[in-house]
Design a protein around this ligand. Structure first.
Ligand code: PMP
Length: 398
C-alpha cells in the first residue's frame, strides 16, 4: 500500500478556484473582482517606481547573498518600527519594541502564533466575524481554538458595536484577540477612534493579548492615520503583538515582505522575547530572504525614494477611493434599486457589497463579473474600462 493512499484531498481554496474559472472564461469583458491585490488603471499589478529604483541600485552593487541574521535586516526592522509607532516613538527609544522580519504578514502571524502557543498554551484566539480566512486557519494550525467575536452588522453595513464589546468581555481572561488595524478584510468597515478606545478598555480589563494585523497601512486614510490604533495601544502601556505586511503597500506580493513586532514592558524583556522569536524562526526556515526587505529598507531609509513611495501609495489610495465614488454614482444614475452609498465610506481594497450569493452567482454566469460568494468585491480591481460593465451587471442582478 502506498504511503499516501489514505491521504485525503484537502478542500480547494475557494478564491483560487474562482481565479481558475475566471482564467478559463473566454468572454472579452470579464472582470475579476475576487482577487486580493491592487491593480492599476491598466488592470495590472504595478511595479512601484520607488521599488524599481531601489532594485536597480541594488543590482549595480553586485552584492553577495550571504545569510541574513535570524531576525532579518536591522535597518528594515527599525524602519518597520518607525512606520508603526512613529518616527519619534518613546517606546522604541526605550527598547520596548522587538521587531523581526517575516515572510509577509502571513509569516508574521505564524511566528507570533507559534511563540504565543509556547507562552499561553491554553489560550483562546478570537477573530472578527468575518475575518481574513487565513486568520482562523493560521491560529488553529498553531494549536489554538479559534472563536469569532461579533464585528460586521449587515443591516447597517457597519459595526455591531454592542455585540463586539460583549463578545470580547465574555472571552476567557487572557485570550488572544486579533484586530485589523485598518482597511478591514473582507468588509472594508473599520472601527472609529471611539470604538478603539472601548475595545482597548475591555482588553485591558480582561488582560487579553491584542494581536493587531496591519496589512494595508496607507490604503485607508494615510500612512500615519492608518497606524492610529497601533499608536493608541502603544500609549496604553499594554503588551501586544503587531503583524505588518508590505505586500500591498509596496506591491511586492511575491517577495514575502512582512514583520512581527511585539511591545514589551522593558528592554530586558525585549531581549528575552527576541531570543525566543529567533528560536521559532530558526526551527521553521532558519532566516529570511534578502531581496524584498533590502528593497523596502532602501526605500524607507532614503528621503527621495521614500517621498516617491509615499506619493505612489497615495495614488493607489486615491484611485481606489475614486473607483468607489464612481461606482456609487453610476449605480445611482443607472437606477439601482438599492442605495450603495455605504461603499464610498468603506476603506481599503475590499468592499462588502451587500450582494447575496445568488446575485454573485448571476454576476458570474450572466455577465462574467467574478466576486466572492459573501459579496466581497475588490474595489482595487475596478478601473475606468471595466466599471461600466460591472455597474450595468449589478443593476441587472439586484
Ligand atoms: N492579514 C490580512 C488582513 C490580509 O488581508 C493579508 C493578505 N491578504 C495578510 C494578512 C497576509 O499578507 P501577506 O500576503 O503579506 O502574507
Amino acid at each position: 500500500m502506498s504511503l499516501f493512499s489514505a491521504v485525503e484531498m484537502a478542500p480547494r481554496d475557494p478564491i483560487l478556484g474562482l481565479n481558475e474559472a475566471f482564467n478559463a472564461d473566454t468572454r472579452p469583458n470579464k472582470v475579476n473582482l475576487g482577487v486580493g491585490v491592487y491593480y492599476n488603471e491598466e488592470g495590472r499589478i504595478p511595479l512601484l517606481r520607488a521599488v524599481a529604483a531601489a532594485e536597480m541600485a541594488r543590482l549595480e552593487l553586485n552584492a553577495p547573498r550571504g545569510y541574513l541574521p535570524i531576525e532579518g535586516i536591522a535597518s528594515y526592522d527599525m524602519a518597520v518600527q518607525g512606520l508603526l509607532f512613529g518616527a519619534d516613538s518613546a517606546l522604541v527609544a526605550d527598547g520596548r519594541v522587538v521587531t523581526s522580519q517575516a515572510l509577509g504578514g502571513t509569516g508574521a502571524l505564524k511566528i507570533g502564533a507559534d511563540f504565543l502557543k509556547r507562552i499561553l498554551p491554553d489560550a483562546v484566539v478570537a477573530i472578527s466575524n468575518p475575518s481574513w480566512e487565513n486568520h482562523r486557519a493560521l491560529f488553529e494550525s498553531a494549536g489554538f481554538p479559534v472563536q469569532n467575536y461579533a464585528y460586521y452588522d449587515a443591516a447597517s453595513h457597519g459595526i455591531d458595536r454592542a455585540g463586539m464589546l460583549e463578545d470580547l468581555k465574555n472571552l476567557p481572561p487572557r485570550s488572544i484577540v486579533v484586530l485589523h488595524a485598518c482597511c478591514h478584510n473582507p468588509t472594508g468597515v473599520d472601527l472609529l477612534p471611539e470604538d478603539w478606545k472601548q475595545v482597548l478598555d475591555v482588553l485591558r480589563a480582561k488582560d487579553h493579548v491584542p494581536f493587531i494585523d496591519i496589512a494595508y497601512q496607507g490604503f485607508g486614510d494615510g500612512i500615519e492615520e492608518d497606524a492610529a490604533a497601533v499608536r493608541l495601544f502603544a500609549e496604553s502601556g499594554l503588551t501586544f503583538f503587531v503583524s505588518s505586511s508590505f505586500s500591498k503597500s509596496f506591491s511586492l506580493y511575491g517577495e514575502r515582505v512582512g514583520a512581527l513586532s511585539m511591545v514589551t514592558q522593558s528592554r530586558e524583556e525585549s531581549a528575552r522575547v527576541l531570543s525566543q522569536i529567533k528560536r521559532v524562526i530558526r526551527t521553521n526556515y532558519s532566516n529570511p530572504p534578502t531581496h524584498g526587505a533590502t528593497v523596502v529598507s532602501a526605500v524607507l531609509n532614503n528621503a527621495e525614494l521614500r517621498a516617491m513611495w509615499e506619493a505612489e501609495l497615495g495614488e493607489m489610495r486615491t484611485r481606489i477611493q475614486e473607483m468607489r465614488l464612481t461606482m456609487v454614482r453610476q449605480l445611482a444614475e443607472k437606477g439601482a434599486r438599492q442605495d450603495f452609498s455605504f461603499v464610498a465610506k468603506q476603506r481599503g481594497m475590499f468592499s462588502y457589497s451587500g450582494l447575496t450569493a445568488a446575485q454573485v452567482e448571476r454576476l458570474r454566469v450572466e455577465f462574467g463579473v467574478y466576486a466572492i460568494g459573501t459579496g466581497r468585491i475588490c474595489a482595487a480591481a475596478l478601473n475606468h474600462n471595466n466599471l461600466d460593465h460591472v455597474t450595468d451587471a449589478i443593476v441587472q442582478v439586484i
